[in-house]
Design a protein around this ligand. Structure first.
Ligand code: E4P
Length: 226
């Protein structure tokens, strides 16, 4: 499963890139706006931090097909390799997806809330479709179940598009998404840290250190094998 960071916070992205096995970064207009900074500088800084091999998904701010395509083309020129234009699903968005794919631009169809939206986005050529888990859960729906059915639909119909599940608020949602075969998850950096954290892990490490120091003091392995 691919792990992607859902953020435009440069120092948090830097930390994730340095320490965690992540596959890329996703943003949306809300996430970008939170940084209250020059857009072009921000996206080029993020690209510099993540490098050429990780994906970078940037969402269009237009709703009209030609404008979406123009934004996608210009962003692709700026970002280069592994750029994905995120397009919210709509009639214009689907047409723009088809054109972008013909132009060789990767597409993530976003703001997906139903299985049929995902199927149609995939049929239009989207590389990824992005269902919003927590926003579904918040309206007494079941985000993970929607992912499960999309994954199954893609298998049944031999569709190559991947499910990039988004909008997570807890580890349980991420874990269940992995269990039902979600291909990718995008997670904010704070929640990502919680994926790694467990208090029992810290207790275990503390015990190892105490037991070692009881015999070897402050010497480390390298001190003992010179
Ligand atoms: C990512 O593609 C989505 O835009 C994002 O995960 C939405 O998350 P939210 O529901 O926390 O705003």
């Amino acid at each position: 499963m691919q792990y992607i960071i859902d953020s435009a916070h440069l120092s948090k992205i830097k930390k994730c890139v340095e320490f965690y096995p992540i596959d890329g970064v996703t943003t949306n207009p809300t996430i970008i706006s939170k940084e209250k900074t020059d857009f072009l500088k921000l996206i080029t800084d993020i690209k510099d931090v993540i490098g050429p091999d990780k994906m970078f998904h940037i969402q269009t701010t237009s709703s009209e097909c030609n404008m979406i395509v123009e934004e996608a083309k210009r962003l692709r020129e700026i970002i280069g390799e592994n750029f994905y234009i995120k397009i919210p699903i709509s009639a214009d968005g689907l047409k723009a997806t088809d054109i972008c794919k013909k132009e060789g631009i990767n597409v993530t169809m976003t703001a997906i809330f139903t299985q049929q939206q995902a199927l149609i986005g995939a049929k239009a050529g989207a590389d990824y479709v992005a269902p919003y888990i927590n926003r579904l859960d918040s309206i007494v729906s079941d985000g993970v179940h929607v992912v499960e059915e999309i994954v199954n639909l893609f298998k049944i119909h031999d569709i190559k598009s991947k499910v990039l599940a988004a909008s997570f608020k807890n580890i349980e949602q991420i874990h269940k998404t992995a269990l039902v075969g979600g291909h990718a998850v995008t997670i904010n950096p704070d929640l990502f840290e919680n994926l790694v954290y467990h208090p029992l892990t810290l207790y275990a490490i503390d015990d190892f250190e105490k037991d070692w120091e009881g015999v070897y003091g402050n010497k480390k392995i390298l001190d003992l094998i010179k």
